[in-house]
Design a protein around this ligand. Structure first.
Ligand code: ZN
Length: 251
């Protein structure tokens, strides 16, 4: 089984379409949340992903935009995008968004877990080994996929208890590229496919991952997309200019 794993699409249809066109052959799609917020194509993204993915987990922006979370806690840029998205979403897509399940969600076979932030809390940012270790220790599944930080890569704990940080290495900063991680027997992993629509790891390319349960590997991918098109949409929508400029620098 090969699962294409997408997270933090953030209403960026240009990035999503590029990922779907470039992704290696897969059987299923898993969505780790934050399909909306920040970007200017929320309906197009939901129309695309709602039936495409077999696993959905809600993110904090999904909750903010659908009224399940007090968005006043968001920073001013994020709040502006929440308010705009609330006006823009069709009632059908708003209803769908409200029903996206809270993580953790088991995938087929129960060997993997999908969360937005962490298995311990859906809004937790897992940015360093201590948080990853705590989450791994609290779960049974050897493989956890998470999003929320918009940083591709993740964390591993070897059978002997040694922990390390995983960062994909790419040959080129501007072309389509892949990085394969072979999963070690007995090791435990917490892996982030990166953000499709608003990467924050200083790489502007749309990020994704592909999990192959037979080969026991995870392929991380980056794909260039029409970032200018996404920026123009944001500016035309009247959203904060910084939401457009940050896309080109990947921060
Ligand atoms: Zn996000």
């Amino acid at each position: 089984m090969r699962a294409l794993i997408l997270s933090d699409i953030h209403s960026n249809i240009d990035a999503l379409e590029a990922v779907l066109a470039a992704a290696p052959v897969h059987d299923v799609v898993w969505n780790l949340g934050d399909v909306v917020g920040y970007g200017a194509a929320p309906n197009a993204v939901i129309d695309c992903v709602r039936d495409l993915a077999v696993v959905h987990v809600r993110g904090n922006h999904d909750r903010g935009c659908s009224g399940l979370l007090h968005a006043e806690e968001f920073n001013p840029m994020a709040l502006a995008a929440v308010r705009w998205t609330q006006k823009e979403l069709s009632s059908e897509n708003m209803q769908w968004l409200r029903k996206v399940p809270r993580g953790p969600v088991h995938t087929t076979g129960k060997a993997t877990l999908c969360v937005h932030g962490s298995p311990l809390h859906e809004d937790q940012y897992v940015q360093a080994q201590p948080e990853a270790r705590a989450a791994i220790a609290a779960t049974k599944e050897p493989l956890i996929f998470f999003g929320h930080t918009h940083v591709q890569g993740g964390f591993a704990v070897n059978p002997d208890g040694d922990g390390f940080t995983l960062t994909p290495r790419y040959a080129s900063p501007n072309a389509i590229d892949f990085y394969e991680l072979k999963l070690r027997q007995g090791a435990r992993y917490m892996l982030n496919p990166g953000s499709v629509g608003q990467p924050r790891d200083r790489d502007w390319r749309a990020a994704f991952a592909l999990y192959d349960s037979v080969a026991q590997s995870v392929i991380f991918g980056r794909v260039p997309y029409m970032v200018q098109a996404a920026q123009i949409r944001i500016l035309r929508a009247g959203l904060p200019e910084s939401l457009a400029t940050r896309l080109r620098i990947g921060r």
